[in-house]
Design a protein around this ligand. Structure first.
Ligand SMILES: Cc1cc2nc3c(=O)[nH]c(=O)nc-3n(C[C@H](O)[C@H](O)[C@H](O)COP(=O)(O)OP(=O)(O)OC[C@H]3O[C@@H](n4cnc5c(N)ncnc54)[C@H](O)[C@@H]3O)c2cc1C
Length: 495
């Protein structure tokens, strides 16, 4: 590369690290990564709170294999230690066929009922994936579509099947990070592409952090500055050209007052952060189209609740304990009653799908919860959350639940630098259009103006039109923006 542009990357999640690694590998080495948190990784957060083995507070699955760069890296570096045995592909990443389903009367739901309804649910979702990736479906909800199909199925009229179907919708909220499938556009299953191949959640002793470590091998450690939140980004729009006395068009001001000048910045902060801060963060403010895209796309919350017990109390063949309510929150009539009230807060725990076992931790269960109930759970004390979970486990299973030793729950919504878990498509939104605008670099120009191109580039999970929500989507968005810059400098290289 002839030029040595200064590039600042905001955020050291997987998108930011992938962008930096790719730029450095291809010769653009004048890079600085500014990260607000004290650690790298963002929504990938490997921890060891229960001894030497890891747990994942954020991402834990590799979603599919073919064309998945995260899978390719994990395979190349032999991180898939139990390849084959730990792989599974299922309705929700948190549920397997070896789960026990219980109803609130403490009865075990026969495997056949749970499996049949669960298989039927997957079929209907797959049909939606095949047929509904068209903008005309942006005005229907997934929940309504599923209910319509269910009402004409062989299960119609069975209360038991209907309760399991409600559970399936609740579990699907975990994949989507929405409060309800009645709020998620039918477009979502059509525009999101599920990569071929099984899912993996077994990344060996280093956990998901090992993927970040591979990327960081290419990035000199002095390139990353942690605990450095960016406060404001000054850039030059075509209507406000060259106001700075520097030849470089972008100035980044950090919360501690430090300033950095750059030719380009790649911003990888979450959609949740953009929703809260984008009006204040940019000078001049972002174009209206961009602000609209930030507003229209949704960003929801999924949280995990880890429970460490004194002793394991569930059977050895049990991989999960699922909670089926007679009238759960994903029954349409219950959803409609609770929608515009605060009543759901009294029974927030009804949104918990269940508890799964945690690999390499014999006495730990992990509960999963999505939506506004997941956000509300963050406001409660860990002790209260733990007590509620123990009560549910006792009431549903009737097993002798041993004493709780420790509770650790994630707080992705309360985290000021994330403000949720991942993006989804609400009803009425043209997903691809908004995601493309979200990803479009600043300034918006047709090439005829004098302003410098590609001043502010946008990466991150929510900017990917097919793989949003995932680590591979985030990774690919980072390399996409790196490529954009690399192309610019290739083009301007003198012959
Ligand atoms: C509970 C949970 C479970 C998940 N499970 C899976 C899974 O199993 N499989 C999967 O593929 N994906 C999963 N995901 C999603 C996946 O983690 C994300 O899609 C991906 O990690 C997002 O990466 P990113 O780089 O786009 O954003 P982030 O990881 O959010 O990185 C953005 C970075 O920007 C930083 N930042 C924010 N504001 C500022 C500022 N002002 N200045 C400087 N830095 C700033 C943040 O601190 C953060 O580090 C899960 C997420 C959650 C929360």
């Amino acid at each position: 590369m002839e030029n040595k542009p200064q590039i600042i990357i905001i955020g050291a999640g997987i998108a930011g690290l992938a962008a930096a690694s790719s730029l450095i590998k291809h010769g653009l080495e004048n890079i600085l990564i500014l990260e607000a948190m004290a650690r790298v990784g963002g929504r990938i957060h490997t921890m060891r709170p229960f001894g030497e083995n890891v747990i994942e507070l954020g991402a834990n699955w590799i979603h599919g294999q073919k064309g998945n760069p995260v899978y390719t890296m994990a395979k190349k570096h032999r991180l898939l230690s139990d390849e084959g045995t730990c792989s599974k592909k299922c309705l929700s990443a948190s549920v397997t066929k070896h789960d026990y389903f219980f109803n609130e009367k403490g009865e075990i739901i026969p495997n056949k009922t749970a499996d049949d309804v669960y298989d039927y649910f997957k079929e209907v979702v797959d049909e939606a994936v095949d047929e509904k990736s068209d903008s005309q479906f942006s005005f229907s909800s997934v929940g309504d579509y599923l209910d319509k199909e269910f009402s004409s199925s062989v299960f119609a009229g069975s209360d038991g099947a209907s309760a399991v179907f409600e559970w399936c919708k609740r579990a699907e909220c975990l994949d989507v990070a929405c409060t309800s499938m009645y709020e998620c556009a039918l477009w979502q299953p059509g525009s999101y592409i599920d990569l071929e191949g099984e899912y993996f959640n077994c990344l060996g002793p280093g956990g998901y952090q090992a993927i970040l470590d591979i990327l960081m091998k290419n990035i000199p450690s002095e390139t990353i500055i942690c605990s450095k939140p960016v406060h404001c980004i000054h850039w030059e729009s075509s209507s406000k050209p060259t106001s700075s006395s520097f030849s470089q068009p972008v100035k980044v001001v950090c919360a501690d007052g430090d300033e950095f000048i750059a030719d380009h910045i790649v911003i990888t902060v979450s959609l949740g952060y953009l929703k809260k801060e984008s009006m204040k963060m940019f000078d001049p403010t972002l174009p209206e189209e961009k602000l609209n895209a930030i507003e229209r796309l949704s960003f929801g919350t999924v949280n995990k609740i880890f429970l460490e017990f004194e002793e394991r109390f569930w059977p050895t063949d049990c991989e999960g304990i699922q909670l089926v309510w007679e009238k759960g929150f994903e029954h349409k009539e219950i959803y409609d009653i609770l929608k515009n009230t605060e009543e759901w807060k009294k029974e927030w725990y009804k949104k918990l799908c269940g508890f799964e076992t945690v690999s390499c931790h014999d006495n730990v269960l992990c509960g999963w919860i999505a939506g506004r109930e997941a956000e509300y759970m963050e406001e409660l004390s860990e002790e209260e959350v733990g007590n509620v979970c123990v009560r549910l486990l006792r009431d549903f299973t009737g097993w002798k639940v041993t004493n709780l030793r420790k509770v650790l729950r994630s707080g992705w919504h309360v985290n000021p630098y994330v403000l949720g878990s991942y993006s989804y498509i609400p009803i009425g939104v043209d997903a691809v259009r908004e995601q493309e605008i979200l990803a479009k670099p600043l300034p918006f120009t047709d090439g005829s103006t004098n302003v410098k191109p590609l001043q502010v580039l946008f990466a991150g999970e929510a900017t990917h039109t097919n793989y949003y929500t995932t680590t591979h989507g985030a990774y690919l968005s980072g390399t996409r923006e790196a490529k954009r810059l690399l192309n610019l400098y290739k083009q301007s290289k003198p012959h």
